[in-house]
Design a protein around this ligand. Structure first.
Ligand code: AMP
Ligand code: FE
Ligand code: FE
Ligand code: ZN
Length: 278
């Protein structure tokens, strides 16, 4: 029985609400899941409430996927899991939310210069509580009739080399690791394909020294050979796996990625022992 440890809801850039995700996860025969929206934990309350009412025997962990930037290797995603309160992380999440709104404003202005008019007030009122990002703009471009699929927006407009792309405010991996640890969460490196391919293990080791406790070793964008390598190289860390499910396109991966429930239970058990000693 697997726990899919990486899933996005409509509280970030996924299309399904946490309640809808519960049904999907259970239909696929999973033992449980982790909600890991980008830079927000606003969906956790709904997920917890719905799970405890409808699926009390299933496993759930509140998580988040932080987008960070490293000066040498570029974009690094860090998953964070919180088994207790996540209140301590709220100030950092508020910083993320505000800076995303400022950045989206600039991208909307750039899009207008290219002939794509999106209503800023409408976007803000719709997404104010969400980590407004490129996927939302891509869907708005489709809704406005400019494109037929969101992925077309990532072919020259909003992709990293696109004409209307603006980088997010650069928050370093170390800042997130520190803030998550301080708030009582577990920081885990997400889908490290690029770091492995570019042989940047020294960064991974440095982050582990600073408090990173695990690595996402299986993911749709981590090849089988890299997974096998990570499993051997980082076996002393907590290894997690998830589908990164956002929408219909990822449906095939739901139920396929995940870690055995026993792995999470063992990690929790270890933490409890640690608590007793401390
Ligand atoms: P942001 O955090 O605002 O920079 O947006 C990142 C999100 O945009 C990702 O989580 C994906 O959902 C989407 N995205 C980024 N690059 C691409 C791409 N090349 N093709 C499709 N979606 C993408
Ligand atoms: Fe996403
Ligand atoms: Fe990611
Ligand atoms: Zn993700």
């Amino acid at each position: 029985m697997l726990v899919d440890s990486h899933i996005h809801s409509s509280f970030s850039d996924g299309v399904y609400s946490p309640s809808e995700l519960w049904h999907k996860v259970v239909e696929k025969g999973l033992a449980g899941w982790a909600l890991t929206d980008h830079d927000t934990m606003n969906g956790v309350e709904e997920a917890r409430l719905f799970g405890s009412t409808h699926y009390p025997d299933k496993f759930f962990v509140a998580g988040c996927e932080f987008s960070t930037h490293h000066s040498e290797v570029g974009e690094v995603h860090i998953l964070a899991y919180f088994f207790r309160s996540y209140e301590g992380i709220l100030p950092l999440l508020e910083e993320y939310r505000k800076s995303r709104i400022q950045r989206a404003r600039i991208m909307v202005d750039l899009l207008r210069k290219e002939g794509y008019h999106l209503e800023w007030d409408e976007l803000v009122s719709r997404y104010e509580d969400k980590p407004l990002g490129r996927m939302h703009l891509a869907r708005a471009l489709v809704a406005a009739g400019y494109l037929s699929t969101p992925s077309q927006a990532f072919q020259g407009l909003l992709d990293n080399r696109g004409r209307c792309y603006v980088p997010r405010r650069e928050i370093r991996p170390e800042e997130v690791i520190e803030a998550v640890s301080w708030a009582g969460g577990w920081p885990i490196l997400a889908h490290p394909t690029f770091l492995v391919e570019s042989d940047n293990h020294r960064h991974i080791r440095e982050w582990v020294k600073r408090g990173m406790v695990g690595i996402e070793y299986r993911h749709p964008r981590v090849s089988e050979s890299i997974s096998a390598f990570l499993l051997g190289e980082y076996r002393s860390l907590l290894l997690v796996s998830g589908s990164d499910f956002h929408d219909e396109g990822g449906e095939k991966d739901l139920g396929k990625y995940g870690v055995p429930l026993a792995w999470w239970e063992k990690a929790l058990e270890n933490e409890r022992k640690h608590d007793v000693k401390a």
